[in-house]
Design a binder for this molecule. Structure first.
Ligand code: HEM
Length: 141
């Protein structure tokens, strides 16, 4: 994968770039130079600078905002490297938390209940139609 060709940066090095004119962030094991993006960031410069000043690891802050898929695809343009020793981070899927939630949460139950009710509904309608046509046939004859 691309992560193997990325340059590795230590957490200490990333934290040195925490100003408006030179700002790096690490998000899920990848390093982004967001200097050029800060002014355009819809969430404001401050949000990014605060995350950078806090040591550069903005993974949690980024996830908590619930950034859109547009935001995640924009990140690619600012990617400059990977965090040193963060092997799992590079391969960790971004949607991991969301997937595990739906695996154990209510959405799964709802969909299996729906899958069970639909055939019952079809069967019910078929029985009603059968009864209706039989009844009509008896009345008309
Ligand atoms: C490379 C990193 C980042 C990119 C590309 C990015 C991109 C974006 C984009 C495109 C939006 C508009 C809403 C959306 O599409 O989700 C947004 C909103 C926002 N972002 Fe970021 N963002 C980054 C990092 C961060 C970080 C580190 C924080 C720290 C807290 C942050 C906080 C916010 C906030 C507060 C909003 C506003 C949400 C709202 O008003 O609903 N972002 N960001």
């Amino acid at each position: 994968m691309e992560s193997s060709t990325l340059k590795a940066y230590s957490a200490a090095e990333i934290s040195l770039h925490a100003t408006k004119k030179d700002c790096w962030l690490s998000i899920h094991g990848k390093v982004y130079d967001v200097t050029a993006f800060m002014e355009e960031h819809p969430g404001g410069e401050e949000a990014i600078l605060t995350a950078a000043a806090a040591g550069g690891d903005a993974s949690q802050a980024f996830d908590e905002v619930g950034h859109s898929s547009t935001a995640t695809s924009m990140m690619r343009s600012y990617l400059i490297g990977a965090v040193e020793g963060h092997a799992s981070g590079a391969s960790k899927p971004f949607f991991g938390p969301m997937l595990s939630q739906s695996e154990q949460g209510k959405p799964a139950e709802t969909s299996s209940a729906g899958a069970f009710l639909l055939p019952l509904l079809v069967l019910g309608l078929a029985c009603a139609a059968w009864y209706y046509y039989n009844f009509c046939a008896k009345v008309s004859s």
